[in-house]
Design a protein around this ligand. Structure first.
Ligand code: TMP
Length: 237
């Protein structure tokens, strides 16, 4: 399968059409942005790590019953995926307080929740991805009630599976963001990526940050952190 025309270029990925109208090629870049594109930079080797990590995790989730867009990895940076129409929601699960939750509600980073907290944002850069609830999503016709129910069930399943995988690597899954898409027949599948760009991953012993927060917060050691979590994941499989 080969790339035809560039369909879309996002902050971290390019998407190409292929000979098959139902399949696309996603190509991961080393470009990194934060704060809705205000901060820009490069994380050397990130594209390769995010591509490979996302594929390893999605293949595992698929085996455990979560449908995904993944077809197969084509090269270190490129993956063949099923074409979906993205549901314009950022679906976030929080197991411990961090980031915007800590800021918004004045809760210390690292405070653990008894049950995971699921949160939705409207995927809209112009508006700065505002927080919304199910009723808002339905009112805005972003998704139906039935789709939101499926998304919630899948996302909580994904959280349980990913927490287990990361725990076996000595890593705490603090929070993460996923996106879903609709296949032509309307079926909801997991899409986009699962990587240190979209998850908060902390060393279980030291609580050292091993994810994109190192870039967002200018902490240094960004490349090393991405390499380290990828190594740990590979060694655990
Ligand atoms: P937040 O605490 O900044 O709201 O982030 C929650 C989670 O979502 C965290 O794991 C990082 C991820 N995330 C993205 O994947 N994309 C984004 O644009 C933002 C703001 C967060």
């Amino acid at each position: 399968m080969e790339k035809q025309t560039l369909l879309y270029e996002g902050k971290a990925k390019k998407v190409y059409t292929t000979q098959d109208p139902e399949l696309l090629i996603v190509s991961y870049k080393d470009d990194a942005t934060a704060f809705n594109g205000l901060k820009k930079g490069t994380i050397q080797g990130k594209g390769v790590i995010n591509n490979q990590m996302s594929n390893l995790l999605m293949a595992r989730l698929e085996r455990q019953g979560v449908p995904t867009h993944l077809v197969r990895e084509l090269s270190p940076r490129d993956t063949l995926v099923r074409r979906v129409s993205i549901v314009p929601l950022e679906v976030i699960v929080r197991n411990l307080a961090a980031g915007s939750f800590s800021k918004r509600y004045g809760v210390e980073e690292g405070t653990a929740f008894e049950v995971p907290a699921l949160e939705l944002s409207y995927k809209n850069d112009e508006l700065g991805d505002p927080l919304l609830n199910d009723d808002h999503a339905v009112a805005l016709k972003l998704a139906t009630r039935e789709e939101l129910a499926a998304i919630r069930t899948y996302t909580l399943q994904i959280d349980r599976m990913l927490q287990k995988i990361w725990a076996s690597c000595g890593v705490i899954l603090v929070d993460f963001k996923v996106e879903f898409g609709r296949l032509p027949d309307g079926t909801i599948v997991l899409a986009d990526e699962i990587s240190p760009d979209t998850c908060r991953l902390w060393d279980a012993q030291t609580r050292e940050k091993l994810d994109k927060d190192r870039f967002r917060r200018d902490m240094g050691g960004v490349e090393e952190a991405y390499c380290q979590v990828m190594e740990r994941l590979r060694n655990s499989l």
